[in-house]
Design a protein around this ligand. Structure first.
Ligand code: M6R
Length: 603
């Protein structure tokens, strides 16, 4: 999805902005652009396609200023094109602006501005904003305060979500920033500030950040930063130091972020397990919960499915998992006796945030789990916990998933301790098994060559089926999603017992079927289901932590045995590698698969 970078300082801004945009490429985009303030004019360059096209253009057509804004666009209103790319200007070429988000009332605003003789040159919702700012600016004194006032008045008229950076040719030292429901961070340097929609874009320059809040506007110059609300009441804001190191968002020698992130899982889990999880709730409050909802999208939802099993077993509270885009529109039966847990790596997924707001309105207590410090989700929630996986850049989520499962298990421990629904001994030994996970994942990673060989055999498959029962079904869903999204192989995940009710019709000679076998009590049943498909000609590939009876399976990969609730953390790793190596064989763009964006900030 769209990305924003900005700079104000003493250095030439173009290389910094281009580098920042490259750091945001993982988010998915279709065009890029830059605006640089040079004396009293704004220089704008845009290109369709990759940031390197913009870079090539700028090598021929230099911009020399030390203050600028930049953007990667993921088309929502209007096709990918140079005209629709950001920055957008007002009709008088006085303002240039980049925007993340969607202006829901842009049609009304466009109509209003057309009545005031403004012309529109793009199909975007964004183009109304610089013109609206200009409209208000014409009614103000031509001072910095007038500029700020015009942006604030325009923001008040906007409905929907926005993070904007605005330049005005009358103020060659100033950038104005504003946000609502779309993230913006400002990084502080020496006599300079870096701005980004996502911290990894600027992590190599600074680790000291201001996180902008909703309905906040910021006036930025190289040596000053002032925060206001949209009524222009000024307030102070804390500078937050990020513990992430500068290599956290670089490939650091790897060919792809995805492989780096798969291999970072032992560290990510270790870091996540270091933090104590203390729910700021009394025993009485926890006992009042009659149900728990876990709400998320995609991989984060799959983490919820694993968490549900653990929470129900330890806490004896009925727990439901829902896809956020469904939950938000179906008037769910949640109330003040409900605890709702929202999971999002990015913390910016529009559906998950909307679902959280709905749960709050209905009086539920809300917990956010996110991997991104200061993300919108954590700001909205009553309580939040971070996974400490470090920046996840590859679109396919790996280390965030396993860290989310760990964190949910820790929440289960904390709830169960208060409720006294599980013995201390059992919780203590579960904790010990959690702490073993990093080295157990290392041992799986040590055997990655055999997974690579398997991928070489199977990369031309058209369809694959993943079968498992109980908690293994959650792993099947996640394994199948990983395969689809980066290798473009069609795949389906089924509870193994469900096969006979329809999908078995799809099995024919040489169909590739994967079985996940970690549920000890269900082992025989799942093996029978695998034999049923084998009898119909399927090739069978198995990941297990059990000693299997004699069999004719085509491939068996063993993972270490651990607690039942933790087995998905280990059994997903071979499938992350499998999808990665298949995509590698097919020479696909692993970190940026087609049609996908890292964080889905629109509905
Ligand atoms: O940032 P979030 O965790 O909210 O993202 C949710 C999904 O969009 C995400 O997990 C998606 O399914 C991944 N591409 C899966 O690898």
């Amino acid at each position: 999805m769209c990305g924003i970078v900005g700079y104000v300082g003493e250095k030439k801004c173009t290389p910094i902005l281009l580098n920042g945009l490259k750091n945001l490429e993982y988010r998915g985009y279709d065009s890029a652009g830059i605006a640089v303030l040079e004396k009293n004019s704004i220089q704008i360059r845009k290109a369709k396609g990759r940031v390197k096209n913009l870079e090539e253009l700028m090598q021929k057509d230099l911009c020399e200023g030390t203050i600028g804004i930049a953007h990667t666009r993921w088309a929502t209103h209007g096709k990918p094109s140079k005209e629709n790319a950001h920055p957008h200007e007002d009709n008088s070429h006085s303002f240039a602006l980049v925007h993340n988000g969607i202006i829901e009332n842009y049609k009304q605003l466009r109509r209003f501005l057309k009545e005031q003789d403004y012309t529109f040159y793009s199909e975007t919702d964004t183009e109304v904003i610089p013109n609206l700012i200009h409209y208000y600016y014409t009614k103000q004194e031509k001072t910095k305060k007038g500029f700020l006032q015009a942006v604030a008045l325009a923001c008040k008229k906007l409905e929907g979500s926005f993070a904007i950076l605005v330049l005005c040719k009358d103020f060659p030292k100033t950038i104005i920033l504003a946000r609502r429901n779309s993230p913006l961070v400002v990084g502080k340097g020496e006599n300079e500030y870096y701005i980004a929609s996502d911290m990894p874009a600027i992590l190599e320059y600074t680790r000291d950040f201001y996180f902008l809040e909703d309905n906040e506007i910021t006036l930025l110059e190289k040596d000053s930063i002032d925060f206001f609300d949209f009524d222009l009441d000024k307030h102070k804001k804390e500078l937050v130091h990020s513990g992430l190191n500068r290599h956290a968002s670089s490939k650091n020698g790897y060919q792809d972020f995805m492989l780096k992130e798969i291999e970072e899982q032992p560290q990510a889990i270790f870091e996540t397990l270091q933090k104590e999880i203390e729910l700021p709730l009394s025993r009485k409050e926890i006992s009042s919960f009659s149900q728990i909802y876990i709400v998320a999208c995609g991989t984060a939802m799959h983490a919820g499915l694993v968490g549900k099993t653990c929470i129900e077993s330890f806490c004896k509270i009925p727990t439901f998992v829902e896809i956020a885009s469904e939950f938000r529109y179906r008037n769910p039966l949640v109330d003040s006796d409900t605890l709702c847990i929202f999971i999002s790596q990015s913390g910016e997924t529009a559906d998950t945030i909307a679902a959280l707001k709905l749960a709050k309105q209905k009086g539920a207590k809300t917990i956010a789990i996110s991997n991104v410090m200061g993300s919108s989700l954590v700001r909205e929630a009553d309580m939040y916990f971070y996974t400490y996986a470090g920046p996840e850049i590859a679109v396919a989520s790996t280390k965030a998933y396993t860290s989310q499962v760990c964190l949910l298990c820790m929440i289960a421990i904390s709830l169960a301790k208060q409720l006294k629904t599980t013995s201390k001994n059992e919780l203590e030994s579960f904790k010990k098994e959690l702490l073993q996970l990093p080295q157990e994942i290392e041992s799986i990673l040590d055997n990655k060559d055999s997974i690579q060989l398997l991928a070489k055999q199977l990369y031309l498959e058209k369809d694959m089926f993943f079968l498992g029962r109980g908690i293994d079904y959650a792993t099947c869903l996640e394994a199948s999603l990983k395969l689809k999204e980066i290798s473009y192989i069609h795949s389906e995940a089924y509870p193994a017992g469900e096969l006979k009710h329809g999908p078995i019709a799809l099995i024919e000679s040489n169909t590739a079927v994967v079985g996940i076998l970690t549920e000890e009590t269900l082992l025989d049943k799942t093996i029978s289901n695998l034999q049923e498909v084998m009898a119909r000609g399927a090739k069978i590939f198995v990941v297990t932590n059990q000693v299997l009876p004699e069999n004719n399976f085509d491939f068996i990969f063993s993972v270490p045995k651990t607690n039942r609730f933790l087995s998905p953390i280990l059994s997903i790793v071979p499938f992350q590698l499998f999808s990665y190596y298949i995509a590698k064989e097919k020479d696909l763009d692993i970190d940026k698969p087609r049609n996908l964006a890292k964080s889905v900030t629109v509905e």
